[in-house]
Design a protein around this ligand. Structure first.
Ligand code: AMP
Length: 415
């Protein structure tokens, strides 16, 4: 036996229906909010993430699946979607053809992390990005879409957390204030924090080491250092959210792990996931398109972890597979007629099966039960002679004879 690689997993029948439910709603909502699908490659140049995701991030420093391909090119299995979306937006001139581009994508991401519940090495994200729009209404619409996904899936007790991390004008002032406030205490923080104080000081707020918390609690907050335009923008976002009745909590500690964020950052936290409680996260990245070689266009988006959405689904989620018909054949004549019948049903667009290997009637009925069949059709010599088929409504446990040429209509009514 050659087992699957650590941190990767198969999604088996029985679970896949939950995935399909999440994917279906995600697509439907994206389309409803005016987002169009884009599909980008899973491998990209290493450089795209080094520049896009950022050299100082844990992702780039420790977690990328990067290798040299047979042509000598350094390639990376994408750890996140945003840099690819930005690359594609620039490469295909979407800034001209889609001035206000609203894009979404779904697919696998790869990070060499320590696997645990809700954290994997291959995982899947729904990613949405809106380019070229600055108004706080855009931030609010993106958050509204994220929140509609959570409520639409019926995930209970989720919480929306927001913050603003400022822009290229005000962030340096805040970073300096942060480092000044740390002062001599820097030496008392953990090694990760000391490293972050050099590479990206805001990330000190991500620290979970208990001994560090009293020091971190005394540090200044980014929202107290926002420049006038960032402050106005953030107030605008909150006003729009209030107007549509979305409840948020502001947290100065929500800085997010990536380097490119500006202004609004947000996350939705779930209650049932333990340590890996972020269902989705995102924010604005107004400098990224330019940084990756494009025009000076703004961007905002979020990524939702599909595994975590599936884990957080309530028991009551409507994930039942669609109804199916199963045809039970009695005798050789019955088998030939059953074969005809499933073809007819399938050509009429209805899901139908039969036991392809000759088995007794009881074994066939058992199988129909196991497949959670909605309608069982029994085809045998006597019924055929009368031009009829026996139709069993499995949900009601009722059985009746149906004329052979009315079967498709009768099944359609039940499925
Ligand atoms: P990020 O791209 O790091 O901002 O993460 C966005 C979302 O993707 C998170 O809120 C999680 O739901 C999900 N996510 C990130 N990393 C992992 C992982 N290793 N395994 C499963 N889900 C993940």
């Amino acid at each position: 036996m050659i087992p699957a690689i650590r941190g990767t997993h198969d999604i088996l029948p029985g679970d896949v229906e939950k995935w399909q439910f999440v994917e279906r709603l995600a697509r439907e909502l994206c389309e409803r909010y005016g987002y169009v699908e884009i599909r980008t490659p899973i491998i990209e140049r290493e450089e795209l993430f080094a520049k896009g995701t950022g050299e100082s991030t844990d992702i780039v420093q420790k977690e990328m699946y990067t290798f040299t391909d047979k042509g000598g090119e350094r390639v990376t299995l994408r750890p996140e979607a945003t840099p690819s979306m930005v690359r594609s937006y620039i490469e295909h001139n979407l800034e001209h053809t889609m001035p206000a581009a609203k894009l979404y994508a779904m697919g696998p991401m790869f990070r060499y992390e320590r696997p645990q519940k809700g954290r994997y090495r291959q995982f899947h994200q729904l990613d949405i990005e809106a380019f070229g729009m600055q108004d706080p209404a855009v931030d609010a619409e993106v958050i509204d879409l994220a929140w509609s996904l959570i409520t639409g899936l019926g995930i209970p007790q989720a919480e929306l957390v927001i913050n603003s991390v400022g822009c290229a004008t005000c962030r340096p002032v805040f970073q300096k204030a942060l480092l000044d406030a740390l002062g001599d205490n820097l030496g008392n923080l953990c090694g990760d924090c000391q490293r972050r104080s050099v590479t990206n000081p805001l990330r000190i707020y991500d620290c979970k080491v208990p001994a560090d918390q009293p020091i971190i609690d005394a540090l200044p907050h980014s929202i107290d250092y926002l420049c006038e335009s960032c402050a106005t923008h953030f107030t605008g976002v909150k006003t729009h959210l209030d107007a549509i009745g979305i409840i948020w909590r502001q947290s100065h500690r929500l800085v997010r792990g990536l380097d490119y964020y500006t202004r609004t950052t947000f996350e939705v936290l779930g209650q049932t996931l333990g340590a890996q409680n972020a269902l989705l996260g995102g924010g604005r990245y107004d400098g990224l398109v330019k940084q990756l070689g494009g025009a000076d266009k703004t961007g905002i988006g979020f990524a939702a972890g599909m595994e975590r959405l599936v884990l957080a689904l309530p028991e009551s989620a409507p994930i039942a597979a669609p109804g199916r018909a199963f045809v039970v054949a009695i005798g050789e004549d019955g088998r030939a007629a059953a074969w005809q019948l499933i073809r007819e049903l399938r050509q009429a667009g209805l899901p139908a099966q039969m036991e392809l290997e000759a088995r007794g009637v009881r074994a066939q009925m058992k199988r129909a039960d196991r497949l959670a069949t909605r309608v069982t059709l029994i085809v045998g010599g006597d019924e055929l002679a009368r031009g009829e088929v026996t139709l069993r409504d499995m949900a009601r446990g009722e059985q009746r004879a149906v004329a052979r040429d009315a079967v498709v209509t009768a099944v359609r009514e039940l499925l």
